[in-house]
Design a protein around this ligand. Sequence first.
Ligand code: PLP
Length: 391
Amino acid sequence: MKSSLNGASWVRQMFEEGEVMKRVYGEENVFDFSLGNPNLEPPESLKKALKALADRPIPGMHRYMQNSGYSETRKAIAEYLKEESGLSFEEKHVVMTVGAAGGLNIVLKAILDEGDEVIVPSPYFMEFRFYIENSGGRMRLVDTREDFSLNLSEIEKAIGVKTKAILINSPNNPTGAVYDQGSLEKLGELLKKKSQELGKTLYLITDEAYRRIVFDQIRLPIAFHHYPHTIRVTSHSKDLSLAGERIGYIAVSPLCEEADELISAIIFALRTLGFVNAPALMQRLVAPLQRNSVNIGEYEEKRNLFYSALTSFGYDVVKPQGAFYLFPKALIEDDLAFVKELQLKRILTVPGRGFGKPGYFRIAYAVDKKVIEAALPGFREVAEKHSTGKK
Ligand SMILES: Cc1ncc(COP(=O)(O)O)c(C=O)c1O
């Protein structure tokens, strides 16, 4: 714990420095892009349903339930997944969790033995390391390509006797990258081949916390179609802006040969890690909202605004197709020093080293549009300072 604390989260560190700056300069004069905390409000229908439940409570609605969650909620999600994928999802394939973070910890606990390796494409969401280590596993990072797409030949090289799973996250935090159908197809083929060679099941864990936040009218491919041993972990933190309410779920592919045993292990892990069950009230509220989300167009508009401004100032940015992050190259080698330069303009971002990718920095833009507009001159001034003549 002590050594983990010493390598404290860069996101939290920047966020906390920001809190100090806000006290000094005033909240409206600090442009905080440090934390991926959705600024949009949940849909009106959720608030109405919440009020209706408070006015007309269902007897027993605050009691314990089965560990996997309410049957009605799991059925509603299974219906949605069936419609989305055409696969025969049933209630039993869905387990309600305390956010995607809770879900990931549960899945890892269910599948990992001490010393097992989990492959993670990098840059990556830094909490993955701790989640994997919580269950005695080891994280094995594999760099993505320049455009942050999956590097399949490097993934192939990294798979060995200790590998138990690969954990992918698309749309991605911190890059906003979305993995296309072709790369998921190839990944599925690779995992089938390697499972056979190694004589054991390799799992594909997909962190899809940002699944509904995609732009440019792209259709996100469905990993379940490309590999039978796929476990999706997701939540409504981002798509319904319910991050503080801690509601998510795990969906195990109906094509997974040992699905029943795996689901039993997942439910056991959920119970014995002490989650017991996902929040009861939220389970009821999200069940009818499986086809709803906050207005994704607002995030797309902010992506467009930020991306075109930064590129016009000379920043080198891969255009993200989802989530609410930009991951530009820092204009100097030292990403931490660069983030400090932005701080002098009262702009808070996170150095790429916090995501396994020094030389870059992350901007989380789930903030009001006016915060972005107010911060742009600062980004421009810093770019001008380092101008290399490219515009
Ligand atoms: C990639 C990724 N996975 C998981 C989570 C955790 O999400 P939740 O709030 O659903 O636990 C986050 C939160 O920012 C995230 O960025």
